[in-house]
Ligand binder design. Structure first.
Ligand SMILES: Cc1cc2nc3c(=O)[nH]c(=O)nc-3n(C[C@H](O)[C@H](O)[C@H](O)COP(=O)(O)O)c2cc1C
Length: 319
């Protein structure tokens, strides 16, 4: 099974990706969090920096665009081509209200004819291979067959399917059955949604024995060794996670991120990694309360000292 690392805005930027690839190799591809160009194809300097080849050495990286108009898509694709990229991914899945209101991300799924027109122009002129990350629909999974009919008209390099409609955000029960017709596509298809443990993958493979590729998001941010574990390797150990965590802090600081911002960045990870420490509520609360880097480091040290890491635990939404 080929496993890729999902784009996770706010988390899986180049510093994180580089360290992850070094300490926990095994991802076939990393997808960069989305670049959102304006109508003239301009986008944030930070997004460019995130995909510059010198910041992603040795990483199999696919940049992603959040964009519903061919002109800016093609303009940025050309820039990415000049940087040496051979593939760009279209985000047709972001469920955020502000994004969907602009008919971007999952908002592109509400009008298959418009999506078709957009893809027709992109595929007639894009110098790079184009893959798409989609949901099952805007309002319901019932829209998926019509969306697939559109995708099948084009030579996608890959279709990644997050098995929820937009309303499901990242919380509803994944609709695995609705994914079935995607496997008849003439291009590679990658499954995405709630694969957090070896048992999750085993049940998915039992349902879809022909499935070749799976994208991991929250499960991999929770447990960075998930790629290894899903390929039959050893489970994550506490010293390994601690090492990854400590090196990540050093990498952010070395990159010039101020200590308070480094603390904020690290705290975001604990929304996921908390799942590995059942029973550690008190220690985790202290981590989230810490403001200064020394306080933060002390709180993390206490967690690792007091609470055993459960290597069998996977991501779970709170509440
Ligand atoms: C905090 C966060 C940020 C995300 N950022 C992106 C993004 O930039 N582009 C994208 O296509 N999907 C993004 N996603 C969706 C993930 O790539 C993935 O599809 C989702 O987490 C479901 O996979 P999982 O169940 O393995 O986590 C994001 C999800 C989360 C929770």
């Amino acid at each position: 099974m080929e496993l890729s690392f999902a784009p996770m805005e706010g988390i899986t930027y180049s510093i994180y990706r580089r360290l992850h690839a070094r300490l926990f190799p095994g991802a076939a591809r990393y997808y960069a969090p989305f670049i959102a160009p304006d109508s003239s194809g301009r986008f944030k300097a930070g997004s460019l920096r995130d995909v510059l080849p010198e910041n992603n050495e040795g990483l199999p990286l696919v940049p992603q665009l959040l964009c519903n108009a061919p002109a800016p898509f093609l303009a940025v694709a050309e820039e990415l081509g000049a940087l040496g990229y051979e593939e760009v991914n279209l985000n047709a899945g972001c469920p955020s209200g502000t994004v969907v209101a602009k008919h971007k991300g999952a908002g592109m799924l509400g009008d298959p004819a418009q999506l078709d027109a957009c893809l027709a122009e992109i595929f007639s002129r894009c110098p790079l291979r184009v893959s798409v990350k989609t949901r099952l629909g805007l309002h319901s999974a019932g829209e998926f067959p019509a969306l697939l009919a559109v995708y099948r008209k084009y030579p996608l390099s890959r279709l990644i399917v997050h098995v929820r409609d937009r309303g499901g955000m990242y919380r509803s029960i994944p609709d695995r059955e609705a994914f079935a017709p995607a496997l008849d596509c003439p291009f590679p298809v990658e499954y995405n949604g709630d694969i957090f443990t070896p048992a999750d993958l085993a049940s998915l493979q039992a349902r879809y024995p022909a499935l070749q590729a799976v994208m991991l998001g929250r499960g991999a941010v929770t447990n960075p060794a998930l790629f290894r574990q899903l390929c039959g390797g050893e489970a994550l150990s506490a010293p390994e996670l601690r090492d990854f965590h400590d090196r990540l802090i050093e990498a952010y600081l070395a990159d010039g991120l101020a200590p308070p911002y480094t603390v904020s960045r690290m705290k975001e990870l604990w929304f996921y990694q908390r799942c590995l420490f059942p029973g550690g509520e008190r220690e985790l609360k202290a981590i989230l309360k810490a403001r200064s880097l020394p306080d933060y480091r002390a709180a993390v040290a206490a967690l690792f000292r007091e609470v055993p890491l459960d290597p069998a635990a996977g991501f779970r939404n709170p509440g």
